[in-house]
Design a protein around this ligand. Structure first.
Ligand SMILES: [Zn+2]
Length: 285
């Protein structure tokens, strides 16, 4: 029972964090967080593609005006009144490609199929949330928002699911730096635009005013929250490059949702502060 409650709280908190984040991805002035240009995933290192099954277009029983597009790795549900029906298949295919890309980048595939639920939101506030225990990822959008921004958001949400599948439910209560840093890092090109790495992105955009890594975004500006997500992704990139995947995986299941709460000493032998100094030096080059 306690477990179920904690899990529910975790999902709610994650959803809230995602909802908050996606304020960033409104048309202006935070365009930078939703890259206008997305690099096609490289074919190298990608998981083997499954043969594409025949497209199935059927109204779902619960909502007659919704179409379900069954893709090789993903089920995509799109309201019939959202976007032009002729664009639905392209959107579903691009979402499927994004899942393949982030799975290769993250290093492990989803445990089983998941569903991406596109929701027509009249308020036109682009946002997403990951119901990882249900394997449902929602993206709320409207006709005035381009498809690519739906895909950019979904890429981040997909990684939350992959992390849940790799690390288990305990990850949802882990250090916020890891929880959101891994999801942002895993989204890769979908968040980098034309930057080659998160190190470059942070250096080019935030170099003169880095925030302490153990900063919570609660109560801070949208700009700061935006910056924290990118800094955390850069920190994940740094930990991977300098200390390897095994330790990152060990860290990803520690903490209590507070940024900086992970067991850095147990995993790396030094506290976060020392790792952060090394990261800043790495970041500056
Ligand atoms: Zn997130």
């Amino acid at each position: 029972m306690r477990f179920a409650i904690f899990r529910t709280i975790g999902v709610l908190l994650l959803s809230l964090s995602v909802l908050s984040l996606l304020w960033l991805i409104r048309p202006t002035p935070a365009e930078r967080i939703a890259p206008t240009w997305v690099v096609p995933p490289s074919s190298s290192g990608m998981p083997e593609r499954l043969p594409t099954p025949p497209l199935i277009l059927t109204p779902t029983p619960a909502i007659a005006t919704e179409m379900l597009l069954v893709q090789p790795h993903l089920d995509v549900a799109i309201p019939a009144d959202l976007y032009h029906p002729a664009d639905h298949l392209a959107l579903a295919k691009q979402l499927d490609q994004a899942l393949v890309y982030v799975s290769a980048r993250f290093g492990s595939p989803p445990a089983s199929r998941m569903r991406t639920q596109i929701v027509h939101d009249q308020s036109c506030m682009l946002r997403g949330l990951a119901r990882t225990d249900q394997r449902v990822l929602e993206v709320l959008t409207c006709n005035n928002l381009p498809h690519r921004r739906v895909i950019n958001i979904a890429a981040h949400e997909f990684v939350h699911q992959l992390a849940y599948d790799r690390y288990g439910v305990v990850h949802m209560q882990s250090d916020l730096i890891m929880l959101e840093g891994i999801a942002t890092w895993g989204a890769g090109n979908y968040w980098l635009g034309d930057s080659p790495s998160f190190r470059d992105f942070v250096r080019d955009n935030y170099r003169t005013n880095l925030l302490p890594l153990a900063t919570h975004y609660d109560g801070r500006s949208i700009h700061d929250m935006n910056q924290l997500y990118y800094q955390w992704a850069s920190f994940v990139e740094f930990l991977l490059e300098t200390h390897g995947r095994e330790r990152l995986d060990a860290l990803a299941v520690t903490g209590n949702r507070e940024p900086g709460s992970g067991d850095y000493v147990g995993v790396y032998g030094i506290p976060l502060g020392e790792l952060e100094q090394a990261w800043q030096a790495w970041q500056a080059h």
